[in-house]
Ligand binder design. Structure first.
Ligand SMILES: *Cc1c(COP(=O)(O)O)cnc(C)c1O
Length: 681
C-alpha cells in the first residue's frame, strides 16, 4: 500500500467535512488529478452518494461507503445497535482497490479524530492503518481556536502527518473579528499550513465551488508530488552512506547496496520510506515483544515525557525506577530482591561480574577471583562481556584486551558424537563441570550462563535438567551463579523467564532487550539480599559498589518497562502465546522437507534453523558463502525481515504476532531457504 491519499477530519461533527471533500475534489479534478473518494463509515445522511454524483465517480457506492448505519450516532454505537461490527480489514481492502484506480484518494472521516469506530479503535487508528496524511476541517468563528488547536495537538501526538487546516464558513452572516483572524492564529499557534477557507455556499455544487472557492483555497499541498517523495527517499539513502557506521556490518559491502530505511512501524510490521511493508521476523533484534506502536506503551512514554524525562539515580531517586524495581522483583525468580539498572545487555552482565567479584573481595574470600563461562557464549560487546564470550568471529581480534577467564566447552546440541544422544552428551559436560568445581572452587568467583537457549551462539538449546544441575553445583561449591536472560527474558521461551522452566533461582539475573517492550534502552541486574549485604559497610571500608552510568534508572525507560509488564498482565500475553508456540512447532516440522535444513530448533518463540551443506555428515556451509545472509536477503524481497546467525536462520517474532502473520513468516522463510539452497520444487 502506497501513501497516496489524505484523510479529511473535522474539529467536531457538522463542521462541513463533506463540503470540504467536495471542494478539494472539485479543485483537484480541475487540475487534472484523478481523485477517488471514500467515506468508510457513515451514520445517517447520504454523503457518499452526494460525493459520488457531484464528482462523477464511477466506483461502486458499496466500495466508497462499506459501512452505513441509519441512526445519527457515534459509529461504535450506531453499528452495535444494528448488531453489526466494523471490520477494519475490509475497509483496508476497499481502500486499496479504490486507491489503485485513482491518482489521489480523499477519505472522509466520521465525526472527529477521537470518535470510536469500535471497541479500542478510534478514527485516528483508521487513519494510521490506512497510512494517510490528515486535512483538518475547522469552523470559523468564536471557539474555533480551542477545538482546532486541540485537534492539531492530538493528530501530532498520534504520529500522524498534517497536510493543513481548511476553514469552512458554515454560516451565512458576514464574519467579525474571529472569522477574520482565525486562520492566522491557527497558523501561528498550531504551526500548520492553512489550505484557505471555504466561503458560505448557498448551493453546494461543483459549479459554485469553482467560482467562489477557488480564489480562497490553496490546494497545492495536496497535489501528489511523487518527485518530492522520491527526493526524500534518496536523501536518506545518501545520508546513510555518507554519515553512518553500522554495527556488526562490513561497511564496504554496505556501501555497495541500497540501504532499507525504516520510517514507521505498527504491530508486527515495519514500513520503509518508500511505503513498503515488512514483517518484523526478529522483533527488531529480539526486543519488540508486543509489536510496534503498542498503544499502552506509547501512552505511558508520552505521559512520562510530560512529567520527567531524566533525573539521575546518583544521589536522587525517581518514581518509575522505584516502581519498576518493585515489579521486577515481584516477577523474578524468588530470592532476587535488589535491582541495579543500566542501559544495555552488555553492561547488565559487566555489572553482574563486577558485583560477584567484589562480593568475595568485600567478604574476605579474596582468592575467589576467577570467572567461569561457556566457550561458545555471548554476553555482549563491551570488553568485560567480551572477556566471558567466546564467539570467535566476533571476539578473536580483541583477545589481548580482555581479562583471563575459565572457558568451558559446552556440547553442541546438534553435533553429539555418533551413537550418543544429545542429553547424554550434555550431562557428560555436567560431570566435567563438577570435577572442575571440586578442583578449583576456592578460586572461582562466579559462573555465567545464558539459560537453556544460547542465542547468539546459534540458538543452541539445552536438554531439560542441565540448568538446574548447574545451579545446584554452584550452590554446593559456593560459586555465584549468574544467569544472563537478556535474550530469553520476557516470554521468549514461553515463560516469563527461562529459569522458570526448571524452577531455578540464580544469585544474579541479567535482563535487557525486551525489558521495555522494545521501546527504549534499559537493563537491570537483579541480585539477592545476601550479595547486597556484602556491600553494606561503613563508607571508610571502601567496599561501595563504585559503578554507575549517567542514564541509570532513566524515568522514560522505566516507564516503558512498567507499561511492558502491564501489557503482559492485561493482555494475558503468556497464556495467548501457548497455542502460537504449538502452531509454530507443528509448522516447523515441514522445514525438514528442505534437504539443507540440518536442524530445526525451537524453545517457545525462539527458533533456529541450521542450514548445512550435507545433512548426513552435518557439514556446515563455509562461512564465507554467507548462506544465512543470502536467505535473509531473499526473504526481504518477499516482505519479511530476518537476521541470521551464521548459517542459522533465526525466527524470533513479536509475541503479539497473529497466526496469519506467523504463517506468512514461515512460508516466506521456507521459500527463501529453498531458493538459496537450490531446492525449491
Ligand atoms: C544481546 C545480548 C547481550 C548484549 O546486549 P546489548 O544490549 O546488545 O549490549 C547480552 N547477552 C545476551 C544473551 C544477549 O542476547
Amino acid at each position: 500500500m502506497k501513501n497516496k491519499g489524505v484523510f479529511i477530519t473535522g474539529t467536531d461533527t457538522g463542521i462541513g467535512k463533506t463540503v470540504a471533500t467536495l471542494a478539494l475534489g472539485t479543485l483537484l479534478q480541475e487540475r487534472g488529478i484523478d481523485v477517488g473518494v471514500m467515506k468508510p463509515v457513515q451514520c445517517a445522511g447520504d454523503d457518499a452518494q452526494f460525493l459520488k454524483e457531484s464528482l462523477h465517480l464511477k466506483d461502486s457506492l458499496k466500495r466508497m461507503n462499506p459501512y452505513y448505519a441509519p441512526e445519527p450516532l457515534s459509529p461504535h454505537l450506531a453499528f452495535a445497535r444494528q448488531k453489526r461490527s466494523i471490520n477494519i480489514n475490509s475497509i483496508k481492502k476497499a481502500y486499496q482497490k479504490l486507491a489503485s484506480g485513482h491518482d489521489l484518494m480523499l477519505v472522509e472521516g466520521a465525526g472527529g479524530l477521537m470518535v470510536p469506530l469500535k471497541r479500542d479503535y478510534l478514527v485516528a487508528d483508521l487513519i494510521k492503518d490506512l497510512n494517510l496524511d490528515v486535512v483538518i476541517v475547522a469552523p470559523l468563528g468564536l471557539g474555533a481556536i480551542n477545538h482546532t488547536l486541540l485537534t492539531i495537538r492530538q493528530t501530532e501526538e498520534m504520529g500522524l502527518n498534517i497536510v493543513g487546516v481548511l476553514f469552512n464558513q458554515t454560516k451565512k452572516e458576514k464574519g467579525g473579528i474571529p472569522e477574520a483572524t482565525n486562520p492566522d492564529v491557527i497558523r501561528k499557534y498550531g504551526k500548520v499550513k492553512i489550505l484557505g477557507s471555504i466561503p458560505y455556499l448557498k448551493n453546494i455544487q461543483p459549479e459554485a465551488i469553482r467560482k467562489i472557492c477557488k480564489p480562497k483555497m490553496d490546494i497545492h499541498y495536496l497535489m501528489p508530488n511523487t518527485a518530492l517523495r522520491r527526493n526524500r527517499v534518496q536523501r536518506f539513502v545518501d545520508g546513510d552512506k555518507k554519515y553512518l557506521w553500522h554495527p556488526f556490518t562490513q561497511m564496504q559491502d554496505w556501501l555497495d547496496e541500497e540501504p532499507l530505511v525504516i520510517d514507521q512501524a505498527r504491530g508486527a510490521y515495519l514500513r520503509d520510506t518508500r511505503g513498503n511493508y515488512y514483517l518484523d521476523g526478529v522483533s527488531s533484534l529480539w526486543v519488540n515483544v508486543h509489536g510496534h506502536g503498542h498503544k499502552l506503551i506509547d501512552r505511558a512514554v508520552k505521559s512520562q515525557v510530560n512529567r520527567l524525562s531524566h533525573s539521575t539515580l546518583l544521589g536522587l531517586s525517581n518514581a518509575p525506577a522505584i516502581e519498576l524495581a518493585e515489579q521486577l522483583v515481584a516477577i523474578a525468580p524468588k530470592g532476587l530482591s535488589k535491582v541495579f539498572y543500566s542501559d544495555n545487555g552488555s553492561t547488565s552482565v559487566e555489572i553482574a561480574i563486577k558485583m560477584a567479584y567484589q562480593y568475595w573481595q568485600n567478604t574476605g574470600r579474596k582468592q575467589k577471583k576467577d570467572i567461569v563461562h561457556l566457550a561458545n557464549s555471548y554476553h555482549g560487546d563491551t570488553l568485560g562481556s567480551v572477556s566471558i564470550g567466546g564467539i570467535d568471529l566476533f571476539h578473536k581480534v580483541y583477545r589481548n584486551l580482555i581479562f583471563k577467564t575459565i572457558s568451558l566447552d559446552f556440547p553442541d546440541c546438534y553435533r553429539a558424537p555418533q551413537g550418543e544422544s544429545y542429553p547424554d552428551h550434555a550431562f557428560k559436560f555436567i560431570k566435567k563441570f563438577e570435577r572442575m568445581l571440586k578442583d578449583k572452587h576456592k578460586t572461582i568467583a562466579a559462573f555465567v550462563v545464558e539459560p537453556i537457549v544460547q542465542g547468539a551462539a546459534g540458538m543452541i538449546m539445552w536438554p531439560r535438567g542441565v540448568l538446574k544441575k548447574m545451579r545446584d553445583l554452584c550452590k554446593k561449591y559456593e560459586v555465584i551463579f549468574i544467569v544472563d536472560e537478556v535474550a530469553t527474558g520476557f516470554g521468549r521461551t514461553g515463560k516469563m523467564f527461562a529459569c522458570e522452566h526448571e524452577d531455578v533461582s540464580p544469585d544474579i539475573l541479567c535482563l535487557a532487550k525486551s525489558i521495555t517492550g522494545g521501546y527504549l534502552p534499559l537493563a537491570a541486574t537483579l541480585t539477592t539480599k545476601k550479595i547486597f549485604d556484602g556491600f553494606c559497610f561503613d563508607y571508610k571500608n571502601q567496599k561501595t559498589f563504585f559503578h554507575g552510568h549517567t542514564y541509570t534508572g532513566n524515568p522514560l525507560c522505566c516507564a516503558s518497562g512498567l507499561a511492558n509488564l502491564k501489557v503482559f498482565k492485561k493482555e494475558k500475553v503468556l497464556k495467548k502465546l501457548q497455542p502460537k508456540i504449538k502452531f509454530l512447532e507443528a509448522r516447523l516440522k515441514d522445514f525438514y522437507d528442505l534437504p539443507q535444513a540440518g536442524d530445526v530448533r525451537q524453545r517457545g518463540f525462539m527458533v533456529g534453523i541450521e542450514l548445512v551443506k550435507d545433512r548426513d555428515t552435518k557439514e556446515p556451509y563455509p562461512w564465507e558463502e554467507e548462506t544465512g545472509a543470502r536467505v535473509c536477503r531473499e526473504a526481504r524481497r518477499k516482505g519479511v525481515i530476518l537476521r541470521p546467525l551464521g548459517n542459522v536462520i533465526v525466527l524470533m517474532p513479536p509475541l503479539s504476532i497473529t497466526f496469519k502473520e506467523l504463517e506468512k513468516l514461515l512460508d516466506v522463510t521456507y521459500w527463501a531457504i529453498g531458493k538459496v539452497t537450490g531446492t525449491n520444487g
